[in-house]
Write a new protein. Structure first.
Lengths: 298, 276
């Protein structure tokens, strides 16, 4: 081999080793595990499709699928829309931009564990701040996180508070839209609304696409906040999924199977189903993107 | 002129301030609650400002859970992870941007693909690897993977390295400098701002990580703050003054860091987010 190749390999070797040990091998191993009966204490035993057929008849599995898809489908668009709205407001050449940006970003730095605790307290049905404010205007507030119909929406609300990353990325991309495009369209008599749809959105559409995909994939793995909320309920016990299992997220049920019930084979089957679902959704988004994403030449 | 400008921007400012209040109010509520007694928290009508500043909540956090211990545990894992990422990520980024070798064009697409891979897909086999090595229950499973470079940081540094002109590296090569010498004496100093961003993001991520410690740490005296907080919540889920004090203490180091390194923060996020 050429000397360059050796040097290149040497520099890339940390990643290469990591990829083999912590990505490629685990990917194949979990595929194999998904066809085995396997707990931490005994070695895997091949059982064919039994884990997959068991999952198909498992109500909790379907519950976790529904919960997670609901959260992803509701949270992702609301989050992107909200972040874009804030970014547009900040992009009006306003004075004090950096102060606003800092204020809006601070909640995003708060660790998810602390964010969860804080919102559990704010959404507390009796002594929480939100219901107290509702009480002042004569509304008796709901049970939020303890209400099976509202618990997931409460998590969406929580996510909105910490959407600073997407906001900053949108703001930066808005600032990169060439000013000349706006100027020439102004001469053509286009109003702000037209400019937004014919210049702003097409120019930043590749960034919207990337953020959309990352958000969907992150939401499919939703875990920490739901796990914290469930930890505090009176029903707190290993394997709990919150009020009527309304907070049993896919990643949570997978974790329960692997590390509470020690059904590693079944959990691996869940992992591969997640992999395939995430893959299909990403592919569908990419396919649809040909219709709405514009790649401008630089 | 000035007043016209002000009148035009007044509605936008009003809106921005209102949004700002909505963003900061929960945070303020965390701090205000952390200074209230249990009685004050559970009496109607709710008070906004604490009747008496109940500073003892902060002291009690240290007595009820070994907060100082958890703090140090978290700091240890976090700093080790920062070292790991700073070691590995720039090496890999240099290899795929500045060394002309045939394998480099394969690496970048794979790095991007692994960014999209859900953590759960590889979680169980990785757990088994560390279990077979007898490392579960230690900090090693949290630290070792960081020495292989996270895809996001390799991506971020790649974006940065692309902006360094090849000509200066070429000149050094002609002068007979070895790649490792170029890397250490030229490249690393040049990309200090990007390395700062990697360090900050790693700090933030590891400090806040819950899943990793949940999987691998089983002894209470080795807990990180997230695990400690969760255990605390499970036992004292009505004592919101204490819980908010613990949350505030947990968040404080990150807020301090953010104020000192805001520029690198924003630039780093922008670098991963917009230039594909």
């Amino acid at each position: 081999m050429k000397k360059k190749t050796w040097i290149g390999l040497a520099f890339a070797s940390p990643w290469l080793l990591g990829f083999l040990a912590f990505t490629l091998y685990p990917l194949l191993a979990s595929f194999y595990y998904s066809f085995t009966s396997f707990n931490i204490f005994q070695s895997p035993e091949f059982i064919g499709f039994a884990n997959y057929t068991e999952l198909m008849g498992d109500d909790l599995f379907w519950k976790s699928v529904k919960n997670t898809l609901y959260l992803t489908a509701v949270s992702t668009p609301i989050n992107l829309f909200f972040s874009l709205l804030i970014a547009l407001l900040l992009n009006t050449k306003i004075r004090g931009l950096s102060i606003y940006r800092t204020v809006y970003y601070i909640p995003t730095i708060v660790p998810l564990a602390a964010t969860s605790l804080l919102w559990m307290w704010i959404l507390n049905p009796q002594y929480g701040l939100l219901n107290d404010m509702l009480r002042m205007v004569g509304i008796s507030g709901p049970n939020w996180l303890a209400d099976p119909g509202l618990s997931k929406f409460s998590l969406v609300l929580m996510g909105l508070w910490a959407s600073g990353n997407v906001m900053i990325i949108f703001l930066a991309s808005l600032q990169e839209v060439p000013q000349s495009l706006y100027e020439s369209s102004q001469i053509d008599g286009a109003n702000k609304w037209r400019q937004f749809w014919s210049i702003t959105i097409p120019t930043i559409s590749p960034i919207i696409l990337f953020q959309l995909i990352m958000q969907v994939i992150n939401n499919l793995q939703y875990f920490t906040q739901a796990y914290f909320v469930v930890s505090s309920s009176a029903l707190n016990m290993p394997g709990s999924g919150g009020p009527e299992n309304s907070l049993l997220m896919y990643a949570m049920y997978l974790y329960h199977n692997a590390f509470i019930y020690f059904k590693m084979g079944k959990a691996s089957a869940m992992a591969w189903i997640l992999f395939i679902i995430a893959g299909i959704i990403t592919w569908l988004i990419f396919r649809s993107s040909k219709k709405w994403v514009t790649y401008g030449g630089e | 002129m000035r007043s016209i400008k002000l009148r035009k921007s007044l509605p936008v400012h009003t809106l921005l301030v209102l949004v700002g209040i909505a963003f900061l109010a929960p945070f303020a509520w965390m701090l205000l609650t952390s200074l209230k007694s249990l009685e004050e928290i559970s009496t109607f009508p709710l008070t906004i400002w604490p009747e008496v500043f109940h500073w003892s909540n902060y002291k009690d956090v240290f007595d009820i859970i070994p907060f100082a211990r958890y703090f140090l545990n978290t700091l240890l894992v976090t700093l080790a992870s920062v070292v790991g990422q700073l070691f590995a990520a720039p090496l890999v980024a240099y290899s795929i941007t500045k060394i002309e070798w045939s394998g480099r064009k394969w690496i970048f697409p794979i790095v991007i693909a692994t960014m999209l891979l859900p953590f759960q897909v590889t979680m169980i086999p990785i757990y088994m690897i560390f279990k077979d090595m007898g490392l579960t229950g230690s900090y090693w499973p949290l630290i070792i993977p960081t020495f292989t470079g996270a895809p996001l940081y390799i991506f971020l540094l790649r974006q940065f390295f692309m902006s360094i002109p090849d000509a200066i590296i070429q000149a050094a090569r002609i002068d007979g400098a070895s790649e490792s010498r170029i890397y250490v004496t030229m490249i690393l100093p040049l990309c200090r701002p990007a390395l700062a961003a990697v360090a900050i993001f790693t700090f933030l991520y590891t400090w806040s990580d819950f899943m990793g410690p949940l999987l691998y740490l089983n002894k209470a005296d080795m807990y990180t703050l997230t695990l400690g907080l969760q255990a605390f919540l499970a036992e004292h889920y009505t004592e919101w003054g204490l819980l908010m004090a613990a949350s505030a203490l947990f968040t404080l180091p990150l807020i301090i860091m953010f104020f000192f390194a805001q520029k690198q923060f924003i630039e780093g996020i922008t670098l991963t987010g917009i230039k594909g």
